[in-house]
Design a protein around this ligand. Sequence first.
Ligand SMILES: *Cc1c(COP(=O)(O)O)cnc(C)c1O
Length: 450
Amino acid sequence: MTSNQDIIQRDLQSVWHPCTQMKDHEKLPLIPFKSGKGVWLHDFDGNKYIDAVSSWWVNLFGHCNPRINDAIRHQIDTLEHAMLAGFTHEPVVSLSERLIKATPPGLDKCFYADNGSSAIEVALKMSYHYWKNVGAPGKKNFVNISNSYHGETLGALALGDVALYRDTYAPLLMDVLTVPGPDAFNREEGETWKDYAIRQFAHMEAMLEKHHDEVCAVVIEPLVQCAGNMRMYDPIYLTMLREACDRYNVHLIADEIAVGFGRTGTMFACEQADITPDFMTLSKGLTAGYLPLSVTLTSNHIYNAFYDDYETLKAFLHSHSYTGNAIGCAVAEATLDIFEQDNVIVENRRLAQVMGDSVAHLADHPNVGDIRQHGMILAIELVKNRKTRELFPWQERRGIRVYQHALSQQALLRPLANVVYFMPPYVITEDEIKHLAQVATDGIHKAVQD
Ligand SMILES: *Cc1c(COP(=O)(O)O)cnc(C)c1O
């Protein structure tokens, strides 16, 4: 019988893991998963864990979901993959039709890639290329907000503002214009999220007023900055941003790679601000956590600026080997089927309420600086001092103590720095949420002791 230890030993000989200091595994053992079912992941030694973070925010309907498995089986016996330049297939056509229907009105065309970072690269290149095609080549800069994250490839990384991922590579990255964002954690005592977002918008307004002639687009994560420690803000900021981008003739790129597909309580976060961006990037939940697929949606207006005789060289000559992979598209369709058949968004309102209630008792814990929630994302920020909101020094890695406690209690709760968060698959039950809340509470008590 294979044990955890067998796999771990072989793994460390040959695998280099993502986002990991490999030396940590001298003290924090890897956990090899043997199988998954619903919200549960099982290791080789008979332990199981609730996947409270949806395996890095991708899983929507549980592991080994029978309906999605069926969709894969069906597609794999029909057509697995074929090149999409000059050719097409039914899954990519019908998925595109359905995404155009599901997203805010005015997004009319779908361009596919195979991961979120690549979808961002597509949006950046398309935006720049649009302005070039319409005779404004001076527009070649991008604006982002503080604490944003858009992926790891060099273009996407340049648009990020999380020092941990960005600073090492700074000399390799293009310059961007960064404005202080609307992150509600930074609001004054007594100020509402909305008032703070409106106040902070002055920075964006000033930046666009000064630089709009050289700016292609503003790139933003709607409502939740997930990799930026689950910081959140009020939708009014997006409404104001849409209006300002129109006024200054600048594109708006909404990165819904993490927040799309129901995470914030609506199918897409942009709906809460009642806006349509010029580009919307989707990945992660697009395939419910099954396969790498991403899409950049844009308008017919932008598409038409590329549509011309070949010799004008206006075409968008970007591709990836697996663009529009048929099995990926079939899985994305199965994902949309589940949203339609199960009334997921409405059901999630109840689960979101249970999540909020389950940790309400932590609100006045001396080391909890903030509990925040947008729909199915809930975050608890640990601080050294609740009054001053002084943070724990990052070197102390308090979050890891919560992680270790959780593992011993059947939960995979992997904090971001000192932020403990729940972002579970939508098939989680009330009892499982209550269990997570108990584990988080005990883990936090342990983590803040010296
Ligand atoms: C995860 C993420 C990305 C990058 O997607 P990958 O598939 O990891 O390349 C981009 N933007 C946001 C908001 C993300 O959460």
